[in-house]
Ligand binder design. Structure first.
Ligand code: TYD
Ligand code: MG
Length: 456
């Protein structure tokens, strides 16, 4: 019999319902409501009496007291170390998400080999592939000699028992969706199982001061399958992404309790596994031809690092109906804003034009500093002109049509000079010893410059 005071808790999002239902109203998942007895209400007579005498026992400490920084595990895969915030923190739990086949297992196997070669006790537990498959991959990557311990196991209890006796420094679980706990009757991969297994492994990481890396698959709409709550449980969430048709992959931190979340690591998939790309700009600009209308090089920042990328725009007469606005790699809301400013402040009309915007190479840009580069690409395509050769563009556009200065201007220009660029179209105040800066104060000035090139 259901107790009259019990509640139903969604195992996916944690929402509490008073009645059972097949579908959670909050997150829309099916079959995730589970009956739970409510927690004893706080402040009942008994607890109040028990704590009254101890109310002053709360241990308060100063903010400034010295606490030793944790000794991080530095793998030597610099791109990954930087994204993790300068190495892996012992006792932390990290979730690595990504599409199937993007290279998660390859990356983590390479990571474990690096750590093991530095005398860390590293264990790789595969729930998806047989031992022979992982061995074959290790051989192909030239890592067969690395002292990584390997197991193919999906039972949570067996894994925890094994880990308790082996006492590793770092463990990879590939993947969390294959694990099952015999405490639950649900099938592996279900929300309840994923949540329970992740919780146990996170607790193990904290208790034994071991770094636990969980691999999570991503669903079609780009979220880590299973409960969102896994993302809340772990200390860091890293996404491994990229176009399958391109050889490079980007590791991005979306949550990190031990470091910044705006860093990216760039890797290249080759026949010897993932290689690091220390200078991503040259990769993103590979194959670009100077002098193409609608192609602009944006001098951006990814975390602490300047990265140049190519923004392409195509403005073409709309064939019928409502004109299309298609964006890849940038925010479509931001595109609408830039178009509105160009129409209202600069007298460029796009009413019956289709507009396509693409950030080449599959990079995703979310900096406002890209506004001016996007505007330049669109106007250049509309006028069918190309920007001055060897030039980069950056700057934020405000709704009034002003071009605002952006951070780290010097770093952007230095990177541009390093890659052979000689000119920059940038906010007025920018200065550089490295390249010639054509300062623009308003979007209208940019449009006038391009019109002059077009000879209008
Ligand atoms: P994998 O690490 O198995 O992906 P995931 O664990 O994210 O599902 O990567 C598989 C892909 O990587 C596969 O399509 C083959 C490719 N690959 C290479 O191109 N070179 C290599 O050296 C390795 C090991 C894999
Ligand atoms: Mg895999």
């Amino acid at each position: 019999m259901a107790r009259s005071d019990s509640v139903y808790v969604c195992q996916s999002c944690g929402a509490v319902h008073s009645k059972w239902a097949g579908k959670c109203d909050d997150c829309g998942e099916w079959n995730t409501l589970v009956e739970e007895a409510p927690a004893a209400p706080l402040g009942t007579q008994a607890t109040a009496r028990k704590t009254r005498g101890r109310a002053s026992k709360l241990d308060l400490v100063d903010l400034g007291a010295d606490t030793p920084e944790p000794q991080r595990l530095i793998s030597g895969l610099t791109e990954l170390d930087r994204v993790a915030g300068g190495g892996l923190v012992p006792g932390s739990a990290i979730l690595v998400g990504g599409d199937p086949g993007i290279g998660k297992s390859t990356l983590l196997l390479q990571l474990m080999a690096r750590l093991a070669q530095q005398d860390a006790r590293a264990i790789y537990i595969s729930g998806e592939e047989a031992v022979a498959q992982v061995r074959r991959r290790a051989k192909r990557l030239g890592l067969a000699e690395a002292p990584v311990s390997l197991a193919a196991e999906t039972s949570l209890n067996a894994i925890l028992d094994g880990l308790k006796s082996e006492k590793p420094d770092v463990v990879v679980i590939d993947s969390i969706q294959t694990l099952w706990s015999d405490q639950l009757t649900a099938a592996p991969g279900t929300v309840a199982q994923v949540r329970a297994c992740a919780q146990e492994l996170v607790r193990y990481a904290k208790k034994r001061n071991c770094t636990v890396i969980l691999v999570g698959h991503v669903t079609k709409d780009g979220q880590i399958a299973g409960p969102r709550v896994v993302e809340h449980m772990v200390d860091a969430v890293l996404y491994f992404e990229g176009e399958r048709s391109h050889q490079f992959r980007i590791l991005r931190a979306v949550k990190n309790r031990f470091g910044p979340t705006d860093e990216i690591g760039v890797f290249e998939m080759g026949d010897k596994g993932l290689g690091e790309v220390p200078n991503p700009s040259s990769l993103f600009l590979d194959g670009r031809e100077d002098g193409t209308a609608g192609s602009v090089v944006f001098a951006g920042m990814e975390g602490t690092r300047p990265v140049l990328s190519e923004i392409q725009a195509l403005v073409a007469p709309a064939a019928f109906g409502t004109p299309r606005r298609a964006v890849v790699g940038w925010d479509s809301g931001r595109l609408a804003m830039v178009l509105a400013v160009l129409e209202a402040r600069c007298g460029v009309a796009f009413g019956n034009q289709d507009i396509f915007l693409n950030v080449a190479g599959g990079l995703k840009i979310n900096e406002p500093a890209a506004d001016l580069a996007v505007a330049a690409a669109i106007v250049a395509s509309a006028l069918d002109v190309s920007l001055p050769s060897k030039s980069v563009v950056y700057g934020e556009i405000s709704l009034s049509g002003d071009v605002r200065p952006v951070g780290r201007s010097e770093a952007r220009l230095k990177e541009a000079a390093k890659l052979g660029f000689t000119r920059a179209i940038a906010p007025r105040a920018s200065e550089s010893d490295h390249v010639r800066v054509d300062g623009v104060a308003t979007a209208l000035e940019l449009v006038q410059t391009l019109r002059a090139i077009a000879g209008e």
